[in-house]
Design a protein around this ligand. Structure first.
Ligand code: PXL
Length: 281
């Protein structure tokens, strides 16, 4: 009998828009993994394209949450952080990792803060610098191309990319501290897009692509990182986990495009969960 794995997921809850905890929880649970959640904020919707959203900051609850969890002697196989609302929340997550990362627990940081060359609403470049300090502490970082550039203090460049450009980004990120990187939004031509993975220990780089569907689909970074983490905990192979996550995101975007729904409301990942579960077997 195998023991069920446990992930501590630290992200916001956006009531509408399918991102952060509202995708992390169903996807990681579907993989048969326990998810312990620490909400960083509660919003009526995410901040990408909606106006008039509510924002309840939960920074003051985060340290008491961690203290209580510590008293319960809980163990995590992974700590997974995503959208964080402030520099103080980044400090809290750094301390959380110091407290709970033991016995093979890996810290996975999705520096969810930017896309398409721009920081998300509510963030500035000083936030990117602070996020770089959390990435340095992580075991695995999962940035998109924009986040990677901002974390490295480099200028954002649009693709198509060369292999050399992507590999330089992977090497530079690993030099900051994490032993593994999964970079999303990688493309060498207009037909395909996907992820590049790099594992410092094995020195292995892998590329996992799918056909490119035009347009911008909100929340796909969170769907990708959640599927990647779940698959990595099951398969223990970064390249295979990225392959599964790329296919899951591709299917989610395809269904959403075919349905013609407003992309601010997120992608239809739910109807891909059955195949996702099968791919983990
Ligand atoms: O990871 C995307 C995301 C998550 N949470 C909130 C957001 C966004 C992107 O805009 O606004 C609140």
């Amino acid at each position: 009998m195998s023991t069920q794995k446990n992930v501590a997921a630290i992200h916001d809850i956006s009531g509408i828009g399918k991102c952060s905890l509202t995708v992390a929880l169903p996807i990681i649970s579907a993989a048969g993994i326990t998810t312990s959640i620490m909400p960083t904020a509660v919003l009526s919707t995410h901040t990408g394209g909606f106006h008039g959203y509510t924002y309840r900051d939960l920074t003051d609850d985060m340290r008491p949450f961690a203290k209580h969890w510590e008293s319960l002697d809980v163990k995590f196989d992974a700590i997974y952080s995503g959208y964080l609302g402030s520099a103080e929340q980044i400090d809290i997550v750094c301390d959380f990792i110091d407290t709970f990362r033991k016995d093979g627990c890996c810290a996975v940081v999705d520096p969810a803060m930017a896309d398409n060359g721009k920081m998300y609403a509510l963030f500035d470049m000083s936030f990117a610098e602070k996020m770089a300090s959390l990435c340095a502490k992580a075991d695995i970082v999962v940035p998109n191309i924009t986040e990677a550039a901002f974390i490295l203090g480099e200028e954002y460049k649009e693709g198509p990319f060369t292999e050399k450009q992507i590999e330089d980004i992977l090497y530079n990120l690993v030099d900051m501290g994490p032993s593994k990187v999964v970079l999303t939004g990688v493309y060498f031509d207009e037909k395909q897009i996907g992820a590049a993975t790099f594992d410092r220990e094995s020195g292995k780089i892998s590329y996992e692509f799918s056909d490119r569907i035009p347009g911008f689909y909100h929340g796909t970074g969170d769907v990708f990182a959640s599927a990647l983490l779940a698959a990595y905990l099951k398969k223990e192979d970064l390249g295979k986990a990225a392959r599964i996550a790329v296919d899951f995101v591709y299917g989610s975007i395809k269904r959403t495009r075919e349905a013609g729904t407003d992309v601010r409301f997120g992608v239809n990942f739910e109807e891909g969960l059955e195949d996702f579960i099968k791919s983990l077997k």
